[in-house]
Design a binder for this molecule. Structure first.
Ligand code: FE2
Length: 308
């Protein structure tokens, strides 16, 4: 267990009590040595379960094969840190099918690793043809914000909650093309989804910042429109510019604007249980151990002002 913040304080999501963990890292392979070398700085580790197995597809007889060397690393981390799960393959917005065998695999992993909460994105990555064969879009595709999609995603979240009692959160997404004439705003969609399903919100502040830069809106006004007592987790990250757009590439340290938005948001989220720093392993050279510690300590200083 981390020597960091106390986990005796809790946040509340509808009827559920969730431990306030503090400041964590989204796991990537460049962190294996860091988590050993720098104990007591990171309070929890968030994992993407899909990284730890080979998925042969939804029609394969032995679909999931856990990767032995990766599982050893995961079991070692699980012995040292509380874990949360950040999923990519519930694929909540896939119109064709909801992947129940993935859900059953995750149910097994929740029993094994006792995740404090789990989450997925307001988007989809899986598409299916007429034979129900699965294809991967290769990125998180945003969904249209209308009532039909709201009902569909709500039904899927209810199915997840029926199988897995761990609190479930939905993360706001990045979009590079603004679909015209949508029935709902993104914030109304997220608020209604939370009401309909009792799910929590994972507020990715860097995603909000990315959309605000690319679509020219006020990031603070966007955040203020959310039902902030439903925010259980915050993501922070860095990005960079490419082809005239600002991207959510998780490129090293957080920009000053993200820290500013974090400072703005923290007094408004009474049930916050964790702030997770995300970076892609290919940008480790921009951080090194000192840089990771610097980002975590900056986040922890902000957390301590409101959540200790
Ligand atoms: Fe995120």
């Amino acid at each position: 267990m981390s020597q960091g913040l106390s986990t005796t304080r809790t946040g509340r999501l509808y009827q559920q009590t969730i431990p306030q963990l503090g400041v964590g890292l989204l796991y990537n392979p460049s962190l294996e040595l860091y988590l050993d070398a720098c104990p007591g700085i990171c309070d929890y580790v968030e994992i993407i379960p899909d990284m730890f197995w080979t998925d042969r597809g939804n029609l394969a007889p032995h679909r999931f094969e856990e990767i032995e060397s990766w599982m050893k690393v995961l079991d070692k981390i699980a012995a040292q840190y509380p874990l949360t799960s950040h999923n990519i393959s519930y694929s909540l917005g896939s119109a064709g099918i909801f992947d129940k065998s993935y859900l059953y695999k995750m149910k097994e992993w929740h029993e094994r690793y006792r995740f404090k909460w789990h989450s997925d994105h307001l988007s989809f990555v899986k598409v299916h043809n007429e034979q129900q064969e699965e294809h991967n879009a290769g990125l998180a595709v945003p969904v249209p914000y209308d009532y039909e999609v709201l009902d569909m995603i709500g039904g899927r979240i209810n199915a997840i909650k029926c199988s897995i009692s761990t609190p479930f959160l939905v993360e706001n997404n990045v979009y590079f093309i603004d679909l015209p004439e949508q029935e709902l705003s993104e914030t109304t969609f997220l608020n209604e989804l939370s009401h309909d399903t009792s799910c929590g919100l994972l507020l990715d502040i860097h995603n909000v910042y990315t959309n605000a830069v690319n679509h020219h809106f006020d990031a603070k006004a966007f955040i203020a429109q959310l039902e902030l007592d439903k925010v259980i987790e915050i993501h922070i990250a860095g990005g960079n510019e490419m082809a005239g757009m600002y991207t959510d590439s998780h490129a090293g340290p957080c920009p000053p604007e993200v820290w500013n938005l974090l400072d703005y948001t923290l007094p408004l989220v009474p049930n916050l249980c964790g702030i997770t720093f995300e970076f892609h392993e290919s940008y480790f050279h921009l951080l090194q151990f000192d840089g990771i510690t610097r980002e975590l300590n900056r986040a922890k200083a902000a957390w301590n002002l409101y959540h200790t």
